[in-house]
Design a protein around this ligand. Sequence first.
Ligand code: FES
Length: 150
Amino acid sequence: MIREILENQPNLSRDRLIPILQEIQDENGYLSEEAIVVTAEFLKLPTSKVYGVATYFDQFRFEPRGKYHIRICRGTACHVEGSLNFQNELEKILKIKPGQTTRDGLFSLDIVRCIGACGLAPVMDINAEFYTGFNITDLSNIINTYRLKD
Ligand code: FES
């Protein structure tokens, strides 16, 4: 699949590195070590360079997503409503940082810049199910709902 994506690029130039990595991540949910190595091979770049660029941007993740993928919005409107506190609380509850997946594979956490529902801030989604206007004590209840589903 990674090779297919690379072989189907109309233009395999180095300045396409980020869109190519984005496409691979969209397809696979994350950037595996193989994805980094093969992309470097195709673009004739050192692997360290590709990895360095990918780690610079917080949109890329290097672990597979959990069964329940949480995206907490950290855009301006959500920030004003305390999204940093919500992010910290989720990290505490799940014992992971953004870009990581819990050991049991159940939850993964990512930050997004704006989900496009600013009027309903704060906003997060879990597998595309949206939660808005929550408070900090709601978070553990929401997470527990998913734990119980499993
Ligand atoms: S800033 Fe959070 S939805 Fe726009």
